[in-house]
Design a protein around this ligand. Sequence first.
Ligand code: BEZ
Length: 387
Amino acid sequence: MTKIRFHLIAAAAVLCASAASAQAPAKLKVGLMLPYTGTYASLGTAIENGFRMYVAEQGNKLGGREIEFVKVDDESDPSKATDNVNKLIKRDNVDVLIGTVHSGVAMAMAKVAKDTGTLMIVPNAGADAVTGAMCAPNIFRSSFSNWQPGYAMGEVVAKKGHKKVVTITWKYAAGDESVRGFKEAFEKGGGKVVKELSVPFPNVEFQALLTEIAATKPDAVYTFFAGGGAVKFVKDYAAAGLKKSIPLYGAGFITDGTLEAQGNDAEGLLTTLHYADALGTPRDNSFRLAYAKNYKLQPDVYAVQGYDAAQMLGIGLTAVKGDTSKKAEFAAALHKAKIDSPRGPFTISKFNNPVQDIYLRQVSGKENKLISIASKSLTDPGRGCRM
Ligand code: BEZ
């Protein structure tokens, strides 16, 4: 080959490559705002793992666009949330926000997302307001509202015939709303919440309150804690001798992703949640196998929610062919979708929250085993939502 011919071929190849890259749509920037430190650190990691696993299964593209991640550790600190989310939107120019775990942080994110019109999918935080009073057509949730597992457990505990219950939780939106959901159903079913106890988030000094529970002698206790705080609470409840005398019920976060650390102190606990271990469906089996292979860990509810946040983003983006400015079409696609989740299929309500089965589960060894469906297709009432 002559030198001139070689140069001509090389030049043509460069032209072709640059023409192809000119046509490729820009990467879609996904801002992951999650806790990577503190009591909810493992929840943030599980959400990211699940999200990335779904994206990888789709060949690293959603709606025809390659995905690029920008990450921020929100530390579950509401006082830093507005700055953190503004950095993602204004400095990093993210197209979509995925976050977060803590309800207080999520509400600050939702305010900015609503004001700027940025697409947002919440992969955990249950703050009722996010799909209630603060709802917006560009804000969706792949997880639950705090009301949902609480309400389902209120029905279960009332049906068991308990009459007098003490509640104990962290004093912030998630704990308050979980207890409110529980109380609504429990009192409708004939019971009475006689005392509402709380500690500030993320404190784990439970001793004085456990003494108060022992002195009150309720028929049962209802609780919301999660992550590191859930591990400590379950261990302290057993160490105080209460597990033998006063049955403990909770929103499922009290035993999800925590059983390894809680050991025998969690054995037998009954909880309500939109996921359980070993559901035994082909969809869940293949998800669990793939997750364990990728991360050398068993998945939990947080991993499922992360995975489903990516599925929801994929459904919306496919409908708009990757164009995130088409917000109404994006939302319409999600409102008519049936999301093929490892938890079982679910739909998205007109308030943008999952309509889903809430399971009654019982701890057996290292698993939250399915007992029954506590509440079929439970829809959050979306109180205060005007869209
Ligand atoms: C919340 O803050 O909404 C939350 C945190 C951990 C588990 C469940 C809910």
